[in-house]
Design a protein around this ligand. Structure first.
Ligand SMILES: CC(C)(COP(=O)(O)OP(=O)(O)OC[C@H]1O[C@@H](n2cnc3c(N)ncnc32)[C@H](O)[C@@H]1OP(=O)(O)O)[C@@H](O)C(=O)NCCC(=O)NCCS
Length: 154
């Protein structure tokens, strides 16, 4: 798949394909304790089970956003920014790019879940208008934390 480059603010946001998997996995390991396997990334991208936007700075992948689209609903699956590049608006630029794409595709609703203690991510999602609609108890296998479920009318 060819990268489609789009400039969002000062950030270079591109659509990632299977050719980016090794960079994606390296970035993911700086952001999260659990990791998707190479096979999960490859099959998901090939079968369009999910899509991934990336942000490049200085020729390096420094942020990514994985999402799925089912009928008129979008779900954020993962959002990560390299620790050295946080608080520069990259997470927000990725989310704004996704929301713009959703509007173009007439997707009506956005969903996501987030750990209750993940204050940076919660602040980001709430700043974009997501509102809390529920809680799933002990949802995350690694920490047994509750998931807070968020919803956005796009
Ligand atoms: C959550 C995450 C993606 C945010 O990425 P980021 O590029 O640093 O976020 P941005 O710079 O775009 O921040 C946008 C807004 O989010 C909020 N925010 C982001 N990080 C924050 C923090 N550490 N504390 C408080 N608010 C924060 C702020 O409102 C910020 O706006 P401001 O900088 O004007 O105050 C990043 O911290 C990360 O990768 N965390 C580890 C992985 C993770 O938890 N992902 C979310 C899974 S649901």
């Amino acid at each position: 798949m060819k990268s489609i480059e789009v400039i969002t603010g000062d950030h270079n946001i591109i659509e990632l394909g299977t050719e980016h998997i090794s960079q994606l996995r390296a970035l993911e390991s700086t952001c999260f304790e659990y990791h998707w396997t190479e096979e999960q990334f490859r099959l998901g991208l090939e079968r369009k089970a999910f899509y991934v936007l990336g942000c490049e700075e200085e020729g390096m992948l420094v942020g990514y956003l994985a999402y799925s689209i089912i009928l008129e609903e979008m779900e954020v699956l993962n959002l990560g920014v390299h620790p050295d590049f946080r608080r520069r608006g990259i997470g927000k630029a990725l989310m704004l790019k996704l929301l713009r794409k959703c509007r173009e595709m007439e997707i009506k609703r956005g969903l996501l879940d987030v750990k209750e203690t993940n204050h940076p991510a919660i602040a980001l999602y709430e700043s974009l208008g997501f509102r809390k609609v529920g809680i799933r108890k002990n949802y995350y296998p690694d920490t047994r934390e509750d998931a807070h479920l968020y919803d956005l009318e796009i």
